[in-house]
Design a binder for this molecule. Structure first.
Ligand code: FRU
Length: 459
């Protein structure tokens, strides 16, 4: 699997559709897989929601709750969920024709089953080779739907009153942001900060990310219902790790902005040493705006729900420096644990996880340069791709005196979230046995929390 698609919250259920090739661990004819959750943590997989057809493969897109049945796709008085996705036609591509068009599918049973709209495609490519990943939301001020769609080196915006008939509004980005690769998976999201409406445009980019390959950049600005105007010209990355791509936000979660990304990178996605599956999502994150030194930045802490399943291990709480045996904790937690670190932002430190095979993962902080660094070059035994064995450095953006870092460890990932999400570094790792030892240098306070399913039992 790759990109998260069609993220929508409806009747107490979070839906997560995803780019999926059911017959192989390699990318191929894309379907929409489907999973649901009530807490963003425990997911149940369902039957494939959308299969390729004569118009092509089912590429990325979004789902909206069409509360007013503006599309008329549900019988009168009912509410359809409407998927807006890209049909990608490979044989048209081979003939040099435009091959990416936007289409609809709908569900009138709260997302369980899906039917494609008979009038597809609803929006044909205006002659562009790349024209994909529509993300749609209801724009309350102008009382119409707005679509952001990726067009190679820019994002185009369209409007519609019924999700079927789309009119061009404007475009953004030909001369803004990072352009080391093709733009994909846009998402335009409203926020309220100090009583003022602000908009954030997420744009995934492949290649050209800060660590090479895929990454997501964002722009903060204004959207007047027609045009997006950024308020800065620096390049901003959502996550400085190599493995958080194509992420978008859930639709229909008033008051919260929930995000999930595909935890991989096109540089080596098809080579990951997993079987019989390949591809995973990040932890769910919450997107929030935050003022730092006159700049409005995005932060992405883990969604609050994640805290339910991590519990302090009394005997390992508030560790100082030195080496600590984690083996029992890791065994009990089935490889999932959370580290919480605190340090004076003016002093350097280094933390390492080790396993019994001599593999290690390092997270360090350079106080002078105000940078974090993750080194996974020694974290696995199999060399499956040269681009994987890398070190990733990221700026510390917070200006607080204390540096707070949380690391979420799962058997094949380490998600580092510093300063409440102002700096995030998401990394896949493939150690051949679980981490058993934690060692630290510098003046650090460290707590270790184990993953325990207790949170759910208490409900
Ligand atoms: C991003 C992407 C999208 C496309 C999908 C195809 O990872 O390339 O632009 O819709 O994956 O699987």
């Amino acid at each position: 699997m790759n990109d998260p698609n069609g993220l929508v919250f409806y009747e107490g259920v979070y839906h997560l559709f995803f780019q999926y090739h059911p017959d192989s661990c390699e990318w191929g004819p894309m379907h929409w897989g489907h999973a649901t959750s009530r807490d963003l943590l425990h997911w149940q997989e369902h039957a494939v929601a959308l299969e390729p057809d004569e118009l092509g493969m089912i590429f990325s897109g979004s789902v909206v709750v069409d509360a007013g049945n503006t599309s008329g796709l549900a019988p009168a008085g009912q509410i359809p969920l409407v998927a807006i996705f890209t049909h990608n036609h490979e044989s048209a591509k081979a003939q040099g024709l435009t091959h990416q068009h936007q289409s609809l599918a709908y569900s009138i049973d709260a997302g369980c089953t899906w039917r494609k709209y008979a009038g597809n495609p609803v929006l044909e490519s205006p002659g562009l080779e790349d024209f994909r990943d529509p993300k749609v939301f209801w724009h309350q001020d102008t009382l119409r739907w707005v679509m952001s769609v990726a067009c190679g080196d820019h994002i185009a915006f369209y409007a519609s009153s019924d999700l079927k008939d789309w009119t061009p509004l404007s475009s953004f980005g030909r001369t803004a942001g990072a352009h080391g690769g093709v733009w994909e998976c846009p998402d335009l999201v409203p926020f309220s900060l100090a009583g003022r409406e602000r908009w954030v445009l997420l744009v995934s980019l492949n290649p050209g990310g800060p660590q090479g390959g895929s990454a997501t950049q964002y722009f903060v600005g204004d959207f007047d219902g027609r045009t997006f105007t950024p308020e800065h010209d620096d390049i901003r990355w959502l996550d400085w790790g190599a493995d958080n791509y194509a992420g978008v936000t859930w639709s229909n979660t008033p008051g919260r902005c929930l995000f999930i990304g595909w935890m991989s990178n096109w540089q080596y996605a098809s080579k990951l040493p997993t079987f019989p599956w390949r591809g995973a999502m990040t932890l769910p994150r919450e997107l929030l705006l935050h003022e730092v030194d006159g700049k409005t930045l995005l932060r992405l802490p883990a969604a609050a729900e994640v805290a339910q399943v991590f519990h302090p291990q009394a005997e390992l709480e508030r560790l100082g420096g030195g080496a600590h045996d984690l083996s029992e904790l890791v065994r009990a937690a089935q490889g999932r644990f959370r580290l919480r670190l605190q340090s004076d932002a003016r002093t350097a430190w280094r933390l390492q996880l080790h396993n019994d095979q001599g593999q290690r993962w390092t997270l360090s902080y350079d106080a002078e340069g105000a940078r974090f660094a993750v080194d996974r070059s020694q974290s696995q035994s199999v060399v499956f791709h040269p681009e994987f064995e890398t070190q990733h450095s990221a700026p510390r953006l917070a200006q607080t005196k204390t540096c707070d870092v949380v690391v979420y460890a799962d058997t094949q990932s380490l998600e580092t979230i510093a300063d409440d999400g102002l700096t995030a570094i998401t990394s896949l790792v493939f150690p051949s046995s679980p981490w058993t030892t934690l060692s630290a240098e510098g003046n650090l306070l460290i707590s270790v929390d184990a993953y325990v399913e207790r949170g759910l039992e208490q409900e």
